[in-house]
Design a protein around this ligand. Structure first.
Ligand SMILES: NC(=O)c1ccc[n+]([C@@H]2O[C@H](COP(=O)([O-])OP(=O)(O)OC[C@H]3O[C@@H](n4cnc5c(N)ncnc54)[C@H](OP(=O)(O)O)[C@@H]3O)[C@@H](O)[C@H]2O)c1
Length: 323
């Protein structure tokens, strides 16, 4: 089968023939229709974080996908060949024609979503769900501040929090205000023009941090006593959290087919919407990575503000279509 492979840290991506994988008893073999690109793919490939995110070289990138079940392991009772599914990977990467994956990591593709849309959902939506509900314990009637609200994860956080009956404030570029209000944000603070802590009159119960750095540090100033700061991007200072009498933690996505099934139901009902920015063919993966690298200074040899940054930035995920 064809797959995108990386032979060395920081090396070029190649489009190669590799052996088609074989399934274990608890796995399914999926013929992949689409996979989606995450920042994490580039960070892993660069080797910058190899101590905490090691990869086995040669490596096939890709953490999420949509496709059709081709074969099931002997212990799998929940899926059958021909089922359209989506999910996160549980071993090998998704930038390939086929993938073996544990049946517990996938769910049925919502029937109203294209394969392109479905591939864009698993990582961002589950990160948002676990960040705001599992870790920050957001409840109806509370107020949440989502930093990076117009990004892939942030857009789900805004939608899910609003649907759960919370008041949602987001920081984003000013151009994203109407977009985020259409997803349920009651207020959007333009991070390029305004410091959020200077304009928030009332403190919030939860901060969901998808930006980090100084944005995270200043977030302590706007949290109510007893509030929760959850970051998906960097560790939270426990000293600062104690001083401000709040809880703080960095989360890491723990993907679950059951949770993805719940999210799939919401998508099917039209209660939340997916976001696809751009679709490339799998062979054009290098262009997709250049687009995303515009946000990640110096990653994978692409200069800060590189080719991707020169273009207007579309909202949503970058998807790779397998021919
Ligand atoms: N811990 C985990 O398990 C986990 C899982 C998934 C993702 N993540 C991480 O979560 C982060 C967000 O992911 P994503 O896919 O949502 O990224 P994304 O789609 O690139 O979105 C990032 C958003 O942040 C906005 N932004 C940049 N600087 C900002 C600032 N100072 N204040 C407010 N907004 C700002 C950007 O707006 P402009 O483009 O307009 O500047 C963009 O809309 C990434 O770092 C990713 O690696 C972690």
């Amino acid at each position: 089968m064809k797959a995108v492979t990386l032979l060395e840290y920081g090396g070029e991506l190649a489009f190669n023939d590799v052996p088609k994988p074989t399934i274990a008893r608890d796995e399914v073999l999926v013929k992949i229709r689409c996979s989606a690109v995450n920042h994490l793919d580039l960070v892993e490939a660069s080797g910058r974080a190899r101590q905490i995110l090691p990869i086995d070289l040669p490596w096939i990138p890709g953490h999420e996908f949509s496709g059709v079940v081709e074969q099931i392991g002997s212990d799998v009772a929940t899926y059958a060949p021909g089922d359209a599914v989506f999910g996160t990977t549980s071993g090998m990467g998704a930038y390939a024609e086929y993938l073996t994956v544990k049946a517990t990591a996938i769910a049925r593709k919502p029937s109203n979503l294209s394969f392109e849309e479905a591939a864009s959902v698993p990582v961002a939506s589950q990160t948002a769900w676990q960040g705001i509900f599992t870790h920050a314990h957001l409840k109806k009637g509370q107020t949440i501040l989502v930093h990076g609200g117009a990004g892939a994860v942030g857009t789900y956080a805004v939608q899910l929090a609003s649907r759960a009956g919370a008041t949602v404030i987001a920081t984003a570029s000013g151009a994203d205000e109407a977009y985020l209000k259409s997803f349920g944000a009651s207020r959007v603070i333009d991070y390029r023009a305004t410091q959020f802590e200077k304009v928030l009159q009332e403190k919030v119960d939860v901060v969901f941090d998808l930006v980090g750095g100084d944005t995270q540090t200043r977030s302590f100033l706007v949290l109510k006593e007893g509030g929760n700061l959850v970051s998906a991007i960097q560790p939270v200072s426990q000293e600062e959290a104690a001083v401000h009498r709040v809880s703080g933690m960095m989360m890491r996505l723990a993907p679950s087919g059951d949770l993805l099934g719940k999210i799939g139901q919401l998508l099917e009902e039209g209660a939340i919407r997916p976001g696809v920015a751009t679709v490339y063919s799998l062979q054009d993966v290098a262009r997709a990575w250049q687009d995303i690298a515009g946000n990640l200074p110096g990653v994978h040899g692409v200069p800060p503000g590189g080719p991707g940054a020169a273009r207007p930035k579309p909202r949503g995920k970058i998807v790779l279509r397998v021919a």
